[in-house]
Write a protein that binds this ligand. Structure first.
Ligand code: RTP
Ligand code: MG
Length: 141
């Protein structure tokens, strides 16, 4: 299985719950390593660019407002099959539908405030990592 890198965000609601350590522990326990990390507050422009694919969706305004409402942790996760593995660790978009033990089941509040983001494909991961990190900021761990 190939070693991959994927992009992860711990969203503002999970940051408010002081859950960074718990969430990173779940990544590490499942074989993912942190190859880059920064804590920041997203600008409206950056959040809109990041979520451009959802521009026409009814929840877009609410999503951008939530994602800029407080600090987030931006990370590059690395490991075998990292894109899919991260999606499994996160659980379904709606925390009510997420399997027990997943990040969203534990820390998500609702379908919008669902604790984490994870890239949905290798192509998305490359695009999203490039939006938030310089190449030299990502280590090969
Ligand atoms: P993400 O991109 O954050 O990893 O989540 P995802 O692939 O599971 O979900 P996606 O369909 O890409 O939606 C992106 C984010 O938009 C918010 N959302 N709100 N109010 C709603 O019905 C709704 N649906 C989606 C969530 O924050 C979701 O993660
Ligand atoms: Mg998505």
């Amino acid at each position: 299985m190939a070693i991959e890198q994927t992009f992860s965000i711990i969203k503002p609601n999970a940051m408010k719950k002081n859950a960074i350590g718990d969430i990173i522990s779940m990544f590490e326990a499942n074989g993912l390593k942190i190859a880059a990390a920064k804590i920041t507050i997203l600008s409206k422009a950056k959040a809109e660019e990041f979520y451009a694919e959802h521009k026409e969706r009814p929840f877009f305004g609410e999503l951008v407002s939530f994602m800029t409402s407080g600090p987030v942790a931006l990370m590059c996760l690395q490991g075998e099959n990292a894109v899919l593995k991260n999606r499994e660790i996160m659980g379904a978009t709606d925390p009510k539908k997420a399997n027990a033990g997943t990040v969203r089941a534990k820390f998500g509040d609702n379908v919008g405030e669902n604790a984490v983001h994870g890239s949905d494909s290798a192509a998305s991961a490359a695009r999203e990592l490039a939006l938030f990190f310089e190449k030299h900021e990502i280590c090969n761990v």
